[in-house]
Design a protein around this ligand. Sequence first.
Ligand code: GAL
Length: 428
Amino acid sequence: MFNTGDPNVKKLVFGSLRRVALAAAAVTAAGWVQAGEVEVLHWWTSGGEAKAAAALKQQLQAQGHTWKDFAVAGGGGDNAMTVLKSRVVSGNPPAAAQIKGPSLQEWAAEGVLANIDDVAKANQWDSLLPKVVADVMKYKGSYIAVPVNVHRVNWLWINPEAFKKAGAKVPTNWDEFFAAAEALKKAGIIPVAHGGQNWQDFTTFESVALGLGGGDFYKKALVQLDDATIKGPTMTKVLETFRRIKGYTDKNAPGRDWNLATAMVIKGEAGMQLMGDWAKGEFLAAGKVPGKDFVCTHAPGTAQAFTFNVDSFAMFKLRDESKIKAQKDLAAAIMSPQFQEVFNLNKGSIPVRLNMDLSKFDDCAKLSAKDFVQTAKSGGLVPSIAHGMAVPSAAQGAMQDVVSQFWNDDRMTVQQAQERLARAAKTR
Ligand code: GAL
């Protein structure tokens, strides 16, 4: 990634030398402005994720700062959030933490996040971000977080070799999905690679809901949390279909990490996986080529829709001057075009910064960028619940629990699941 011919690396290295010189020359009333330490909490520990996180570390180090890695393993970030809470409660927050969606408002309301309007103004973030994204990064009109990317969640990842062996066709709707799954099963290939963890179960569930019900149903049931829609006939169909998928997963699925499920598709042990495009980061980190070694396609029935998941870093209030300086540099670095490019090339997502040159990106990313714009116009752009974009964290957690209980317990009827889901949606 960082070979010596890479112009980004050159920029970073030379930028770094210049900054070291500048820092050495800068004197303020408070004394010397020191390079600082920046501690960053994230959960990017899989192959593709770690490469993407390394891009941020590299950029900060090039500015003379010290990177203190605070990685807490666990896809979807549940473990990371638990650890973060205890650090903040004990009065020792990191400089930045991966926090997203409505949770940003919850953290800001606690009074622990820093106002970074000065960085945002100096770098014109308001004109560089889609307004819907900028609004989520602000609390009472001030920036408290900075976005990194746009992940699309409603993808299906396919091993074309496995499909060929099974004589299966790339599915475009749920009937075709089950036909492909059946063919893979007959060929002795695990049809669906799955990891039985709450957030992964819900990632599958929300793609089924979107594919069968469409954008309007999705918004009504899962964003507005409309009681009648959650208890209605479309949701019945969604839950029945969701449960059917389980029959095409393997017996080792419970507890499996998402990247291990992706590895099954990479190796051809499994035919397909329903997962967001951080999975693409895994294929790429394994040296696989999109369109040749793997295929990205919409989750069945969701071609006209886009479930978004925007990663962002919230900035915490700090006391130490040099740490605050490093924190502001981190915020500025995240929005820089160089970082947005190199990070997203590794992460599988697309840049959140508008008007970026996408020439280095592959066809999956280009399709994602095109659909992001189109669905924003058509109304098909919807927030992911599984990835903390749509509903308050308490409701999200309760709903995920119900969906996973339903997935794991064949005795729970669809009607019971609907009743419980409706109740969970009211959790605050
Ligand atoms: C998501 C996060 C992604 C990816 C994924 C798996 O919630 O937004 O960046 O890391 O979890 O860990």
